[in-house]
Design a binder for this molecule. Structure first.
Ligand code: IDP
Ligand code: MG
Length: 153
C-alpha cells in the first residue's frame, strides 16, 4: 500500500498543534507506520529542500525548519500521497481551502505547519531520508475491512 511522509514543522510544535494534526490523519483512516521527533540538521535540510536552493527564501526556510524540533510521520493508505496532499492544502496557507490543515491553522506561505510528499518518487526518497529501517512498522490494521472495499486495496 502507498506510503507518504508528513513533517510537522516547528510552527506546529510551537503552537501545540501536533496532536490535532495526527488526529486528523487517524480519523481519515490513514495508518501510522512511523512516528518520530528530530532536530533537522543543516545537511538534511539542504538535501530536502535542494529544489529551492537558488530561491531567496532558502536560508530563511532552513532557519525556520531548525528553530525547534520537527515531528516526522509515515502514513499508509490507498492513494495516500494525493489524499494527504489535499488534507495539507496549498502551499500559500492564505489561499488554502477551509478544512485543510493549512487553511484552518495558518496565515503564511513559509510557516505553513506541514510538509507532505508530493509524488511517489518524493515519498520514497523522503521515507529513506527521515526514517531508519527499524523505525518503520508493518502492522495489520484490525479495522482495515471497514476502511476499504475488498476491490480497493
Ligand atoms: P509544499 O510544501 O506545498 O510542497 P514547496 O513549493 O515544495 O511547497 O515549498 C517547500 C516549502 O518552502 C513550503 O512549504 C514553504 O515552507 C517554503 N516556501 C515555498 N515557497 C515560498 C515562498 O515563496 N516564500 C517563503 N517560503 C516558501
Ligand atoms: Mg514540495
Amino acid at each position: 500500500m502507498q506510503r507518504t511522509v508528513v513533517l510537522l514543522k516547528p510552527d506546529a510544535l510551537q503552537r501545540g498543534l501536533v496532536g490535532e494534526i495526527i488526529h486528523r490523519f487517524e480519523r481519515r483512516g490513514l495508518k501510522l507506520v512511523g512516528l518520530k521527533m528530530m532536530r533537522a540538521s543543516n545537511t538534511l535540510l539542504e538535501e530536502h529542500y535542494a529544489h529551492h536552493k537558488d530561491r531567496p527564501f532558502f536560508e530563511g526556510l532552513k532557519k525556520f525548519m531548525s528553530a525547534s524540533p520537527i515531528v516526522c510521520m509515515l502514513l499508509e493508505g490507498v492513494d495516500s500521497i494525493a489524499v494527504v496532499r489535499k488534507m495539507a492544502g496549498s502551499t500559500n496557507s492564505r489561499e488554502a481551502e477551509l478544512g485543510s490543515i493549512r487553511g484552518d491553522f495558518s496565515m503564511s506561505v513559509s510557516a505553513n505547519i506541514v510538509h507532505v510528499s508530493d509524488s511517489k518518487e518524493a515519498a520514497r526518497k523522503e521515507q529513506e531520508r527521515f526514517f531508519e529501517k527499524g523505525e518503520v512498522f508493518d502492522w495489520q490494521s484490525a479495522v482495515s475491512p471497514f476502511l476499504y472495499g475488498g476491490d480497493e486495496k
